[in-house]
Each structure stands twice: as C-alpha cells, then as structure tokens.
Design a protein around this ligand. Structure first.
Ligand code: KG4
Ligand code: ZN
Length: 342
C-alpha cells in the first residue's frame, strides 16, 4: 500500500473505537463521508455500578469487536477487500479497553495486509467536525469537553495542536456526571441532568465563579462542591429540592464558563473559526450559547452532528484520514497509551 498522496481515488477507512464503554466501528470515505457507523453501548451494564467498571468494559469489547466490524461492512455494502486502510484508537482511555481494539486491529491488519492508522481519541472528537456538510478549514480553535478532558486547543495549519487552556481539576463531563449523581440521576448523568434542566430556572441557584491564574483554564471542582453543599443544606432542613432548578442552574453555569473562555481564546488568538468537540458538545444549552455568542462576535461556529458528539468510530475514521496524509502508520508493536496527550 503506497503513500496516500499518490492516490487519485477515494480513500476508504475502517475504524474501530474501544477506549471506554462504547464498542464502535465505522467506514469513512476521504475523512468526511460516513458510509456506516455502528455503536454498541455498554451503558446499561455499567449504570447499575454508577460508572464504568474497567474489567467489565474490556470483556464486553472483546465480545463485540468482530460484531461491530462485520455490521459496519454490511451496512456500507462493502467487503474487507474494498477497504484501503484500518484505523484504531490507541489512547487516551482505559488500558484494557484500548488493548482489545488495538489487538483486534493489529490482527486484522496482519491477516489482511492492510496498513493500520493509530488515532488519538481526542483528535477523533475534534475531527467529528469534518463529518458535517459545513467543514472548518485550518487553523481553528476547538473546545474539547468530554468525560475525561476539558481543553481549549488551536489546530494549526500543519495539523499540529497547541493547548491554550485546560482544566486544573475535573473535566466538564465529569462535573456534569457528579452533579447528576447528587440529584439521584443515573449514569451517565450529563444527558439526564440536561433533560431536567429544560424545565428549570437557570438563575435559581447561585454558584461561584472559579478563580484561576489563566483566563483560558477551567476548574469545576469548587462549583461541584458548592452544588453538593446547596443540595445537602436543603436536605438537612427537610426542604423540597427543585431538581429542575438545580439542574438548569448547574448547566447554565458550566456552559457559560466553557463558552466565555473559548470565545476569549478565539478572539485573543485572532481565530474566527470555532469548533466544539467531545460528549459535552451534545449539550443543548451549550450549543445554544455558542450559537448566540459566535454570532455576536462574528466567529464561524462548527458543532458536531449529535450522532458524533459522544464516542463513536466515524470520528476516528475522520481523524485517521488526516493521519494517513501525514504518512502516520503503525507497525505491529503498536500499544495502548492510556494517558496519551493531545
Ligand atoms: O466524549 P465522551 O462520549 O466520552 C469521553 O471521551 O469521555 O463524553 C462523555 C461525557 C459524559 O461525562 C457525559 O455525561 C457527557 O459527556 N455528556 C453530556 C451530554 N451528553 C454527554 N453532558 C452534558 N449534556 C449532554 N447532553
Ligand atoms: Zn470520547
């Protein structure tokens, strides 16, 4: 298989994602067209434990990898021989979960004699923005907000990444999940909290503004503690907790922090294209706020399709295309890197 630059034909990539609790396979053409996307979620299995149990996640991935790959090929009406390259998430994530996907794809690469592209899960989230009809061009600024990460990143012209801001404690998704748990909502709490928030008053509960040295960094742990204390205070006084109001106030505060810091980073760096990525990018209020503020500031906004906000393999296939362009292929020594950096 030659260099991707020498191809005058479409490049079809089969991607696999197993970094956390979703086993997903997808087939993506030229980094932008999703021919199929299959996601098998383990949420029901983990929710009874209140969070992801790593050992169970690995076992479930082992059982599901070949099923999702077969299904992705069938849904795209393709066979393995029609695939140009294979791609797999090799980090960051749970080591056992990552290893199942990496081992599966290394075996498939060896047996099919197809090159394997190693993909960083966070790059995948960012490249979910290329699966829309309206695509960003380089360079752009991107907020990555997921269960394990909160970063403001500049994606440069040469596809290198510069981190402008990061969380100093919890990730935004983690904060949503913890606040949801205090309200008695099941895992993963973010989407459930957001549903309650639709009927609540976003100004009902006063929450603090975290103080940080860098204007682009995030801190959610103080916010979370203030939220927990406010709930407990009502409980101790046997007062009724209006969960809708609590959910709406928390969602409003977190969204405001994420939006205002990302917009500031875009303006300060003279970037007029802004992307949002990661599971939290599915949040209704966050999307609304970005739309309002980007319009005010004349910044072009890109939001991933709701199908590709949370973990999926189509985004891995999109990022893989750009890695292949950089000639970044793995050999059979590829290992899982649980703490892989952006
Ligand atoms: O990107 P993702 O699927 O997995 C990671 O790579 O971490 O993100 C999952 C996170 C969870 O914390 C989940 O609660 C949050 O994204 N999330 C949301 C929403 N949908 C998913 N948070 C707030 N509102 C949502 N609608
Ligand atoms: Zn993710």
């Amino acid at each position: 298989m030659g260099n991707i630059h020498s191809y005058n034909k479409d490049i079809i990539i089969l991607a696999l994602e197993t970094s956390c609790d979703e086993t997903a396979a997808a087939i993506v053409k030229n980094g932008t067209d999703v021919l199929s996307s299959v996601v098998v979620s383990q949420i029901d299995i983990h929710s009874e434990f209140g969070g992801v149990v790593p050992e169970i996640a690995s076992r479930e991935h082992i059982a599901a990898c070949d099923i999702v790959v077969d299904k992705a090929l069938k849904e795209a009406s393709l066979q393995l021989k029609d695939i140009d390259f294979l791609a797999v998430t090799y980090g960051p994530g749970l080591v056992g979960a990552l290893l199942t996907g990496v081992s599966f794809m290394k075996a498939l690469s060896y047996s099919s004699n197809k090159k394997l592209i190693p993909v960083n899960h966070i790059h995948g989230h960012i490249f979910a923005n290329f699966l829309n009809d309206k695509k960003p061009s380089l360079p752009f600024i991107c907020l990555v907000a997921s269960g394990g990460h909160s970063h403001i990143v500049i994606v440069n012209q040469d596809l290198t990444y510069k981190i402008v801001g990061r969380t100093v404690d919890d990730a935004a998704g983690e904060a949503f999940d913890k606040a949801a748990r205090v309200l008695g909502l099941s895992y993963p709490g973010g989407p459930n909290l957001s549903k309650l928030a639709m009927n609540g008053n976003p100004n009902a509960i006063e929450l603090p503004n975290p103080k940080l040295d860098s204007p682009y960094d995030f801190s959610f742990s103080g916010l979370k503690t203030a939220f927990i204390n406010a709930v407990h205070k009502l409980e101790q006084n046997n007062k009724i907790i209006n969960k809708d109001d609590f959910a709406a106030s928390f969602e409003e505060k977190v969204s405001e922090i994420l939006v205002s810091k990302t917009i500031k980073a875009a303006l300060d760096n003279n970037l007029n294209q802004l992307c949002v990525a990661g599971g939290v990018s599915a949040n209704r209020r966050l999307r609304e706020k970005f739309e309002q503020r980007c319009k005010q500031e004349n910044i072009t906004l890109y939001l991933p399709n709701l199908l590709y906000c949370t973990d999926n393999a189509a985004m891995i296939g999109a990022a893989a295309y750009f890695e292949a362009k950089k000639n970044n292929f793995a050999n059979l020594n590829l290992n899982a890197v649980p703490n892989l950096k952006i």
